[in-house]
Design a protein around this ligand. Structure first.
Ligand code: AMP
Ligand code: ZN
Length: 136
């Protein structure tokens, strides 16, 4: 499964160079070209899935296991102080490359990055209404 116009498919196939940290039959892990911090990397399934909604269940399980393994290795080698996993789906969520990927972002005390959000002020009724929409 491959999309000829997809930059991550080209990386997976070796048509575009990358700094590869790990490879197995189903995944590549590469350094991000525009890193948020030292060591920022991306887990790429070798198959082309646009986003989380297209990712098969078995791949979703495997990607989290690989993220855990990489987080341990990177924390040990880079001596980072924390770690973010980030995964964007859709333009509204900041996705710019439409081939599923999971960001591995080592964090360092005082690194100056902010991956936060502005908090909404919701009433208890509004929270209840949202809960109903999602669960009913
Ligand atoms: P997202 O906004 O979640 O879709 O993230 C896309 C990420 O891909 C960004 O962090 C980019 O810096 C990264 N990126 C784009 N092109 C390349 C490339 N050729 N090699 C490595 N990382 C890339
Ligand atoms: Zn692709």
């Amino acid at each position: 499964m491959r999309d000829d116009n997809c930059i991550f498919c080209k990386i997976v196939n070796g048509d575009i160079p990358s700094k590869m940290l790990y490879e197995d039959g189903e995944f590549k892990v590469i350094l991000d070209l525009g890193p948020a911090t030292k060591g920022h990397a991306l887990i790429l399934p070798k198959n082309h899935y646009r986003n989380l909604y297209e990712l098969p269940d078995d791949m979703a399980s495997k990607v989290m296991l690989l993220a855990k393994k990489m987080a341990f290795q990177m924390t040990d080698k880079l001596e980072c102080d924390g770690f973010n996993l980030v995964q964007n789906n859709g333009e509204a969520a900041g996705q710019t490359v439409f081939h599923f990927h999971l960001h591995l972002i080592p964090r360092y005390n005082g690194d100056g990055q902010t991956l936060g959000w502005k908090e909404l002020e919701l009433t208890a009724d509004e929270l209840e209404e949202i809960k109903k929409i999602i669960t009913e």
